[in-house]
Design a binder for this molecule. Structure first.
Ligand code: M6R
Length: 607
């Protein structure tokens, strides 16, 4: 969603701000803008549409040493230049960028208008600029501190004032904000990607903190003006992490990265000698893990589907009742927290509003909640009672691919740990680890079939509807495959349990409705074959993803992609790869904006 960046320093400010916004593009946006402090006051430039429109409008050499930038994803007010950020007060001396939603903006706006303020936009954000104007006492930090208690809702914001050159003040509640430290330059941003090429160190701000930066220093205080000391972390990303490195799209790069990202997620976490796994950050000893009677995994979108597969691992391998819940649902349920239930929240970005709200509700009610996150230092990672980083590296494409396989990697390791503390023998544990460690090279073999999958996409991308079917541990992989196809190609696709076909969805089957079946070589294979035959009998076209050498399936269906044999429980790792590639190629063939599909944001930081 919205991205923000701020800079104090002597480098070319347009390059820094526009470069930062470029790196934030992946989050999704519909307009963008910058404000810089010049000798003549604050200059604001905003444009609707792609960042290129803003880049074309900004003079290449702006002489300014402090400025802010924003990519907007419209919530309050249409997509227009007036509604784009930065927003200014009546005097034009104050400029604001804001990520989040001010829920009581209408009351504040009515009051401000009644006292003479003139509004120029329909946004919730503009009230912050006018409130600051009202509270202005010559000290930017003090004025920001004075107005924050009036704001209800969420914000990560940066403010600047023409009369305080070289200073930016940021504050956060519920929306991320980090500070970057470079050599004689300081940054603020919603996301490390915006500043990774310049900052060597980062400080992650927490809710309720207010930060002031200048080119040489910073100070962090709380609502009562107490100084706060924060750990200074190394910037963990390389510049290359944010480049396509020869691939036409980030999504394709990330699909092909999965051999390495999964290996990274396993590294140091599998102990063949003890035939178990090791996850350092759980903050639970073996007795506490043995006492767990149930596991609930909470996430949104792809992370929820990863949670469904994780629950399946736990039930099958460790015999622990486990289920996944959609974050947006559990947040508002009458949740009954049982003392021996362990909760996980899973999120690539670590900033998803639905998941964060669910986490806070669960914690309020006394649950122990662990996190499975990719973004280091993200809000969810910091607010959980412990957890695991999946280490898949920055995921830039809006459609999640490598984070999904890294999330299920983490759950497979956790299930192994739990199984070995219960029923699983060392012989089984060792065999599982060997099969698991073969997954990255088996994924490589699947990736080598890319041209066959492209041919399949050419044959099928003209169909307007698809059904994706699976059973058992592959059911959620079918849901995830359908989600991939719909979100980037805009082809309508539904994930359906193959066993549920006859309870309704079979009425959709016709020559015009292809079905894509996931058929691993497991105990449900025969049942899947029966379902395939039911579809074939109704003239439906069938594509199957099955195990290499499964001739019976190959002879029954219209098209087949084979994946190497693995333990049936591990089959989602291999079956999801052709689905990701299929979605990717369909989207490219249909001319879609693969990395930034319409209406979607990478990190959904509003409810
Ligand atoms: O960052 P998160 O994992 O919490 O994001 C959750 C969903 O918004 C995300 O997985 C979404 O469904 C993706 N667009 C899927 O490709």
């Amino acid at each position: 969603m919205c991205g923000i960046v701020g800079y104090c320093g002597r480098k070319n400010i347009s390059e820094i701000l526009l470069g930062g916004l470029k790196r934030l593009e992946y989050r999704g946006y519909d307009s963008s803008g910058i404000a810089v402090g010049t000798d003549n006051g604050i200059t604001v430039i905003r444009r609707v549409g792609k960042l290129k429109n803003l880049i074309d409008a900004v003079p290449s050499m702006l002489t300014a040493q402090f400025g802010i930038g924003h990519t907007r994803w419209a919530t309050h007010g249409e997509v227009s230049e007036e509604n784009s950020h930065p927003h200014t007060d009546c005097s034009g001396k104050i400029a604001i960028v804001h990520n989040g939603i001010i829920e009581n903006y209408q009351q504040l706006k009515d009051r401000l208008i009644a006292s003479g303020h003139k509004f120029k936009s329909q946004t919730d954000t503009e009230v912050i600029a006018h409130l600051l104007e009202e509270a202005w006492d010559g000290n930017l930090t003090a004025s920001v501190r004075a107005i924050l208690p009036m704001l209800r809702g969420t914000y990560g914001l940066i403010a600047m004032h023409a009369d305080v050159p070289g200073v930016l003040v940021g504050a956060r509640r519920g929306s991320p904000l980090i500070m970057g430290i470079g050599k004689d330059e300081m940054f603020l941003a919603s996301d490390a990607s915006a500043i990774a090429s310049h900052a060597q160190n980062v400080v992650y701000l927490d809710d309720g903190e207010i930060i002031s930066i200048s080119e040489t220093g910073f100070s962090i205080t709380d609502a009562d003006n107490n100084d706060i000391k924060k750990p200074i972390n190394d910037m963990e990303f390389e510049n290359d992490d944010f480049e396509k490195n020869g691939f036409p799209h980030f999504m394709l790069k990330e699909i092909f990265e999965q051999t390495e990202s999964i290996s990274r997620g396993m590294a140091g976490r599998l102990d063949l000698a003890a035939a178990t796994g090791k996850l350092g950050g759980l903050n639970m000893n073996e007795n506490q893990l043995r006492a767990v009677r149930r596991v609930v995994i909470v996430g949104a979108g792809t992370s929820y589907f990863a949670g469904c597969i994780g629950a399946n691992f736990l039930e099958s391998m460790a015999g622990i009742p486990a289920r996944a819940e959609s974050a947006s649902e559990i947040a508002y349920k009458d949740i009954i927290i049982e003392p021996d239930t362990l909760y996980f929240v899973v999120s690539q970005s670590g900033e998803t509003a639905d998941t964060l709200i669910a986490l806070r509700e669960l914690k309020r009610k006394g649950a122990r909640v662990l996190g499975v996150c990719n973004a280091v230092g993200s809000t969810i990672a910091r607010e959980t009672d412990g957890g695991v980083y999946i280490h898949s590296g920055p995921e830039i494409a809006v459609a999640s691919t490598k984070a999904f396989t890294s999330q299920i990697t983490t759950f497979a390791i956790f299930a192994l740990i739990m199984a070995r503390l219960r029923n699983m023998t060392s012989v089984q544990g060792e065999a599982f680890i060997k099969a698991f460690q073969a997954i990255p090279s088996q994924i490589k073999e699947v990736l080598e079939q890319d041209s066959a999958i492209l041919a399949l996409a050419k044959k099928y991308c003209g169909y307007p509807n698809f059904i994706f079917l699976g059973r058992g541990v592959c059911l959620a992989a079918a849901y995830e495959g359908a989600l991939k196809l719909k979100e980037i190609s805009y082809i309508h696709a539904e994930g359906v349990g193959a066993g549920d076909l006859k309870h309704g969805p079979i009425s959709l089957i016709s020559e015009q409705m292809p079905s894509l079946f996931l058929v691993p070589n497991d105990g449900l294979r025969q049942k899947n074959i029966s379902n395939i035959k039911e579809v074939k009998a109704r003239c439906g076209k069938v594509i199957a993803i099955c195990t290499r050498g499964d001739n019976e399936i190959a002879e029954t269906v219209d098209d087949v992609i084979e994946v190497p044999e693995t333990w049936p429980i591990l089959s989602p790792f291999l079956m999801i790869i052709p689905l990701q590639l299929f979605a990717y190629h369909c989207a490219v063939l249909l001319g879609r904006d693969v990395d930034q599909p319409r209406n979607l944001a990478k990190s959904v930081t509003v409810e």
